[in-house]
Ligand binder design. Sequence first.
Ligand SMILES: [Zn+2]
Length: 245
Amino acid sequence: MITLCIIADTHRKHRQVTIPPCDLLIHCGDFGYFERDDRANLEDVDAWFAEAPAKQILCIGGNHDFMLQRREFRFTHAHLLEDTTFEYCGLRIFGSPWCPDLPFFAYHRTEPQLIETWSRIPSDTDILITHTPPHGILDLPYGSETHVGCPHLREELTRIRPRIHAFGHIHHSHGRHEEANTLYLNTAVVTGRDLEVTNPPVIVQVPEGQTASQPNIDCDYLGTASEKSSRSKINSHNQVCQPCR
Ligand SMILES: [Zn+2]
């Protein structure tokens, strides 16, 4: 089995997240928070990556990761995906950092740009990593009934049909959802106004030897039990955290 450990939205709290032994560690963006000490934070994330018990580390930027977008910092111990594919044990993993609706933040794209960007995601992608959720899936901010994920990404997913789609961004909607043979995972580890680390890493096991030509990868979501206990800690102080919500 290939063990994937997937997280997002550490927002400077990465040292509070314990990574279990895994083959592939995936971070779906938002290492920083409003450009506060970005370089020092990213250097520490890189050192933390080096210590992680993972054979390979992949990541993308998020709407807070200005320095990554400007290419002013590059990880030494992780591979940054920016509309690119990384192949690992026959799994084709595509990462894209872009977000809708946040024009003053990093990795923002307009609707026409997003339509173009998502249209370039290869159809043979097994695991898709984005920062934004697709519209309507694990994309509800705290206390809101308004879905804020990207509708154009949702539309394009009917073509791509990845086995796993991992993202973060909407902290309150951490969890899993299965639909049309895709396992959707919102892997944000922080919640609430104070960005407390409340959610554990999501662990998914994928049988070895699968390739893009064998699309039916079985996935076990192993985070359920610990996720429930963590979620019970989330209290009424949990509020909308703009702009990640
Ligand atoms: Zn965030």
